[in-house]
Write a protein that binds this ligand. Structure first.
Ligand code: 2PG
Length: 394
């Protein structure tokens, strides 16, 4: 939800404009600061940033985004199999026109992914090494698994970073094994371009999912359990496989919330209700809402402000109403990374952080509202994001 000043908002950020009384109340009673969630040697992304926030040093445990999502989807892989994140994208004139194929539905996507597998089995020459397999996920987010640990070294690019740019510029690979990945991506276009699902989408003025884009690959990670590090049990509430996957590898429980979509239309009230209930039997709860990030990628000021206000009212508001029964608790509020409206992709800017503690006297500092600027004067000085959880449980 953090952003840069926007001219349409008279040089204010969405956080400065949104009505968010609950977030501001916790900030004013708590402490604030900035947090660097992405170490310098990593690209800014939700994978690395969230892993850090969960208390895991990405330098030690991060192997790629695909493997984390595979954890959520229950895909078992051997030590040699490389897991790619596979986007269904819209390709136009050799460029990425849309990184999410018009937010294609999971139902349509499942048919396309299934047909890709059938075509690949029929034509093993396409995958020169003959062992790749697609797995369908949610909306445009899917996976592709293939043997060959060297594939982890391939330099791939997140498609949301290169919308409008030439595909060839980002698939300029040299070895046979790497070029095979490019062939798979290009061949997917032949399978998908005239697919009935896409013909129907075009007829309904929707973007076709006419190609796959492979990125974020790596081998299955090995992570210690959250309970073994912090001595707490816990759960995760999220609409996206990436966060569920981190939960799986951390040995946390994933709570499925009906209506949680990972998009603007997510059921905020249901998330708030399930979160409040979950506090009864969890020491630790991680509640994630994807919508402000999606608003950033879509360049929508209105959706970002709406998402912040809905998180405040329906998620945090419900939690705050129901949490008063507990004697001791702490709440941290933060985005995993910024996705500024102007640039429509992630940045490595430090994110605003507020922590409220119900039981520490004189806990508050001088920060009264939660914005990118105001927290700079706060007293929290957490040097590494993976120390946030330990900071909260002391
Ligand atoms: O899943 C993804 O492809 C990206 C873009 O939507 O998600 P995030 O911005 O959370 O990294």
């Amino acid at each position: 939800m953090s952003d840069y000043p926007i001219s349409e908002l008279k040089d204010k950020t969405p956080l400065e404009v949104a009505n968010k009384p609950n977030i501001d109340e916790l900030t004013s009673k708590g402490r604030a600061g900035q947090l660097n969630t992405v170490p310098k040697n990593f690209e800014p992304g939700s994978d690395v940033a969230n892993m850090s926030i969960f208390g895991y040093n990405p330098q030690k445990y991060y192997t790629g985004r695909g493997p984390l999502e595979a954890g959520s989807m229950g895909i078992e892989t051997s030590g040699e199999e490389v897991i790619f994140r596979c986007n269904l994208i819209t390709e136009k004139n050799g460029k990425i026109d849309d990184f999410n194929a018009g937010h294609i539905t999971s139902k349509e996507a499942a048919i396309l992914i299934d047909d890709l597998n059938k075509e690949f089995l029929k034509n093993p020459v396409i995958d020169k090494f003959g062992d790749g397999k697609f797995y369908s996920g949610i909306s445009y987010r899917h996976l592709f698994v293939k043997n060959g640990s060297k594939l982890s070294d391939l330099k791939t690019t997140p498609p949301h970073d290169i919308v409008g740019q030439n595909i060839d510029d980002f698939t300029n690979w040299n070895s046979d094994e790497f070029l095979n990945i490019k062939n798979i991506m290009l061949y997917s276009k032949e399978v998908l371009e005239n697919h009935p699902i896409n013909q129907e989408r075009i007829a309904n003025n929707k973007k076709p999912a006419n190609m796959v884009w492979l990125w974020g690959q790596g081998l299955k990670p090995s992570m210690p359990k959250f309970r073994d590090i912090f001595g707490l049990n816990g759960s995760v509430i999220t609409g996206v496989d990436l966060l569920k996957g981190i939960g799986v590898f951390a040995g946390l429980n994933n709570i499925d919330v009906p209506g949680a979509t990972g998009y603007f239309d997510t059921d905020y009230k249901a998330k708030g209700r399930y979160a409040s209930d979950a506090l009864e039997n969890n020491d630790f709860l991680f509640v994630h809402v994807e919508a402000p990030d999606e608003a950033g990628h879509a360049g929508s000021i209105e959706e970002k402000i709406k998402a912040i206000e809905r998180i405040d009212k329906h998620v945090l508001g419900q939690i705050m109403n129901n949490i008063t029964d507990y004697e001791n608790y702490k709440i941290a509020i933060l985005p995993d990374h910024a996705t500024p409206i102007d640039i429509r992709t992630h940045t490595r800017d430090p994110v605003p952080l507020a922590i409220y503690s119900s039981f520490e006297e004189d806990f508050s500092d001088n920060v009264k509202v939660y914005t990118e600027k105001s927290v700079i004067d706060g007293s929290l000085g957490i040097d590494k994001a993976y120390n946030l959880v330990s900071r909260m449980i002391i």
